[in-house]
Design a protein. Structure first.
Lengths: 199, 242
């Protein structure tokens, strides 16, 4: 237990088992971004998976829309401490996009329009754990929340769910992304409270 | 790679009133490793029954040995901010760890001109940059555009009024303006940023901090005025009920 701050009571305990340590619930949908919001028209949007040998797999917006989609309901956890429960998304499972991809890589570096990057093990993107999401709560995903499409990897802190996603680079060795280079945790499991390097 | 960020016991040394609803808190944190202007800290409060909760706050000033300064806006019905602004007593402990964040920072070694655009309590990390510039004796030209609802809501009013050579401060009032101000109260516009910011050709580094809608607007304006998006650094304060 930490040092007690005299007179601090806090909110009534909800005992919500869906809330990871150090997180609190929010009803809003706060935005965390390092720079301006890029605007990407869907007719110029594309998504590319590049393997460690340089082979590329490309999808246009129309290609993405033609793929079967899923509507996951997931809890999301931001490293800045807010969590939002039961959010509803629509998008294409990365399992679908990776069906034909031939790779021996263990690591992924995700690239966004605007230059943002984030890294994660490839296995965290597969087996029903990640989507390219383009609708949120029944509406087209707003630009400030990463529209037209963002990565959705809800089991990790939300900075891993790269907004304005444009591609995934497969790598044989791990390469830290934007926040991971700036002192945040390389993996970012909210249930182990892996916020910063060394956590 | 640096070591783990550990929780340190911080004791309140001083609390100052910035506005009717905002307080600056000065903590003594033995062993504090230092920080850069623009970085933030995590604060953890623990109740007598073991319940604890955390929040992030921007640092308001460059490090002064083992002292760190925050300015906290009291959020109505907030879990943490009313405790920090009203209940926590001088000498009482909280836990702090940090510093956190290596992107939204200004280093005294930087040579580019700087534009700071603050919306409301978004002034806090930008004031740390103003103070870091002063502390370093830097001559880098700074412009600060500070949007507030009313004159009563200006943080650090006396210090900003004293000013500093090479620091230009412009206030934009969104609800109520002082009589001598000719600009009608209103939200920040292209005109305001174009008039009081730097031309894009000067290649300034731009720091924008405030509520999400404000930051989105200002960042879009800066891009439209020709600033390189890579030189526009943003930090958003969401309505997170702190």
């Amino acid at each position: 237990m930490g040092i007690v701050s005299p007179g601090f009571q806090g909110r009534p305990r909800r005992g919500d088992t869906r809330l990871p340590p150090g997180q609190y619930l929010t009803e809003g949908f706060p935005v965390l971004s390092a720079g301006p919001t890029p605007r990407i028209p869907t007719d110029r949007w594309e998504f590319v998976i590049t393997t460690e040998t340089g082979q590329e797999y490309r999808w246009s917006w129309a290609d993405l829309m033609a793929l079967p989609s899923e509507t996951p309901t997931v809890d999301i956890h931001c490293v800045t401490k807010w969590s939002k429960l039961g959010t509803i998304w629509q998008g294409v499972s990365l399992d679908t996009l990776f069906t034909e991809v031939d790779s021996a890589a263990d690591f992924a570096l995700v690239h966004s329009y605007g230059g943002y990057t984030t890294n994660l093990p490839l296995e965290d993107l597969l087996d029903g754990q990640a989507w390219i999401a383009y609708r949120y709560e029944g509406e087209a995903l707003a630009p400030e929340h990463g529209g037209p499409a963002r990565l959705l990897v809800p089991h990790l802190y939300f900075w891993k769910s790269a907004k304005w996603v444009r591609g995934i680079q497969l790598l044989l060795t791990d390469e830290p992304g934007f926040w991971e280079t700036a002192g945040y945790h390389n993996y970012g499991d909210p249930w182990r409270e892996q916020r910063y390097q060394g956590d | 790679m640096r070591g783990r960020l550990i929780w340190r016991v911080a004791r309140l040394v001083e609390r100052r009133e910035e506005t009717p609803t905002a307080r600056t808190l000065l903590f003594q944190v033995p062993g504090w490793p230092g920080h850069l202007a623009g970085q933030h800290i995590d604060i953890r409060l623990t109740a007598a029954d073991g319940y604890s909760t955390q929040r992030s706050y921007s640092l308001a000033a460059p490090p002064d040995e083992d002292r760190v300064e925050l300015t906290v806006q009291q959020v109505p019905d907030g879990e943490v901010s009313p405790y920090l602004t009203q209940v926590l007593g001088i000498g009482d402990p909280v836990e702090i760890r940090g510093p956190v964040g290596g992107w939204f920072v200004w280093r005294p070694t930087a040579t580019e001109p700087v534009l700071l655009v603050a919306g409301g309590s978004g002034i806090v990390p930008l004031m740390a940059m103003v103070r870091a510039r002063q502390a370093a004796g830097s001559r880098i030209p700074f412009r600060l555009i500070y949007s507030v609802r009313t004159p009563q809501e200006i943080y650090y009013a006396a210090e900003l009024r004293r000013g500093a050579p090479g620091l230009d401060v412009t206030y934009l009032y969104t609800r109520v303006a002082p009589e001598e101000v000719t600009r009608p109260p209103g939200r920040i516009s292209v005109y305001d940023v174009n008039t009081h910011g730097w031309p894009a050709e000067f290649e300034p580094t731009c720091y924008v901090c405030g509520p999400t809608g404000f930051v989105e607007t200002v960042a879009d304006i800066l891009v439209a005025l020709g600033h390189d998006p890579r030189r526009i650094k943003t930090e958003r304060f969401g309505p997170t009920g702190g």
